[in-house]
Design a protein around this ligand. Structure first.
Ligand SMILES: CC(C)(COP(=O)(O)OP(=O)(O)OC[C@H]1O[C@@H](n2cnc3c(N)ncnc32)[C@H](O)[C@@H]1OP(=O)(O)O)[C@@H](O)C(=O)NCCC(=O)NCCS
Length: 431
């Protein structure tokens, strides 16, 4: 694959994302086929780049292709390649050997990139037992993960490497499936992303690879069993659903043989594989008339601090059709008003998040929701007027400061009358 040239100016684009992911945990589960590909060295460099940006990476590896090839080379018959079926003694013995070799290779690469790393015994397993009448032999199931150990390594600037050979309480080796292991680690660590690096271009249910899909769309696509998917990807797709349901907001399934795949997927708007995401906006709903009193009450504090324009309860009732609320466990924790001015422009106003919930991304989601909603209704731009929160609109929501001339005439007149001297922020919407 051709090497992409990095221009110094590209760094600016990347820098936008750096504060976004700083100190976040990414679990990266990589297939043996990717580790045995010629691109492996560049993938390891990508990991070092992530680490240098203070993104905490936990690396999980699979054995599949390497195990099969080693068995073939030695004329041995293995009972299972992926850690999903009965694993006899011969298969386990070979899997332990291959896991050791791959673990060593990974450490060589990470060392060459100046990273400290450690293989752990953080995963405890028990025998999977008999499933569907079939004895699974030396196949394990995850019993417990020592998350504290992994967190300590991350905090000490050490990359944890997790092998798909786990240990029973008595110290016996048991074979696990690395896709499942990645999923459990991501959920347990509260990771922001789980990335599956595979020898496939992404998920496809027909001719084309799906770039982005919600977890509900993937769930629906898998309902019939997901038979059109490669068996290698079917498990990953199922674990993607499970991982997102378990609280990790995004799962990426990308082609690890492609140069720069990992960095492009994370830092480029378009990405290179399939990204499955939770429905971030599910907690936002249109406000109802009976919410007006509550909206009035909760926003009072911000009105007193002069960060919100005062609105009477009656004013909120009259505008209630433009209000949206963010609910957690049936309690309104935030609100926003999306006011249409003319065919081209809408205003985001009255963004408010209850103090306890501030700093958790609720305000950003409310504003992003308004941007999507405005675009759906054909608006060309969304503006906001703010006296104190203009850095929030600029830095967090991507608005640009502008002059009052961009405002519709009626809004400009209202601003002049108000004497609030608010700053004007604009976000142009894509055509
Ligand atoms: C402004 C407000 C809506 C942000 O909501 P939130 O849920 O806390 O925001 P998010 O969690 O999505 O975003 C947090 C980020 O916004 C930044 N931020 C929040 N308020 C900010 C402000 N007034 N100025 C600059 N940055 C601000 C935080 O520092 C944080 O940055 P980080 O991600 O780099 O750590 C909330 O603070 C609020 O209700 N304030 C009082 C009312 C108000 O001022 N409304 C806007 C008037 S139009």
């Amino acid at each position: 694959m051709a090497e992409t040239e990095m221009k110094p100016a590209d760094l600016r684009g990347i820098l936008r994302y750096v504060p976004l992911w700083r100190d976040h945990v990414f679990v990266i589960a990589v297939d043996a086929a990717v580790l045995r590909d010629e691109n492996c060295a560049s993938f390891m460099q990508d990991l070092a780049v992530l680490w240098s940006l203070r993104i905490k990476v936990v690396l999980v590896y699979g054995l599949g292709k390497a195990l099969r090839e080693t068995a073939e080379a030695r004329g041995l018959r293995i009972t299972d390649q992926r850690g999903e079926g009965p694993t006899d003694e011969v298969t386990l013995k070979l899997a332990v050997e291959v896991a050791g070799v791959i673990g060593q290779e990974i450490m060589e690469h990470l060392t060459a990139n100046g990273l400290r790393c450690s293989l752990t015994n953080a995963v405890r397993a028990t025998e999977a037992g008999v499933i569907g009448g079939v004895d699974q032999l030396c196949r394990g199931k995850i019993e417990k993960i020592d998350l504290e150990l992994i967190r300590q390594l991350l905090a000490s600037d050490v990359v944890p490497i997790i092998s798909p050979i786990a240990f029973s309480r008595d110290g016996l080796s048991l074979r696990l499936n690395s896709d499942q292991l990645g999923s459990e680690l991501a959920m347990g660590l509260g990771a922001s992303k789980l990335v599956y690096l595979t020898p496939h271009v992404g998920l496809s249910f027909g001719a084309d690879v799906v770039l982005n899909m919600t977890v509900d769309e993937l769930r629906a696509a898998l309902k019939g069993g997901g038979d059109s998917l490669d068996p290698d990807l079917r498990g990953k797709a199922r674990y993607a659903v499970r991982t997102i349901d378990g609280g990790t907001p995004r799962v990426h399934i990308i082609d690890g043989r492609r140069r720069d795949a990992l960095l492009t997927e994370i830092f480029d708007n378009v990405g290179v594989g399939s990204m499955i995401y939770g429905n971030d906006y599910a907690r936002i709903r249109p406000a109802r008339r009976r919410d007006a009193m509550y909206i009035h009450a909760i926003t009072q504090q911000a009105v007193d601090a002069q960060s919100l324009r005062p609105r009477s309860r009656q004013e909120i009732v009259e505008e209630i059709e433009h209000f949206y609320v963010y609910e957690i466990d049936l309690t309104i924790v935030g609100c926003v008003c999306l006011h249409p001015w003319d065919a081209d422009s809408m205003e985001v106003e009255a963004v408010y998040v209850q103090p306890f919930y501030q700093g958790k991304g609720v305000g950003r989601k409310l504003v992003e929701f308004c941007l999507i909603e405005a675009a759906k209704r054909g608006a060309k731009r969304v503006f906001a007027l703010s006296t104190q929160s203009f850095p929030f609109f600029r830095k967090v929501c991507g608005f640009v400061e502008s002059g009052a001339e961009v405002l519709p005439a009626a809004r400009r007149a209202k601003l002049e009358q108000s004497g609030r001297n608010s700053r004007v922020l604009v976000r142009e919407l894509a055509k």
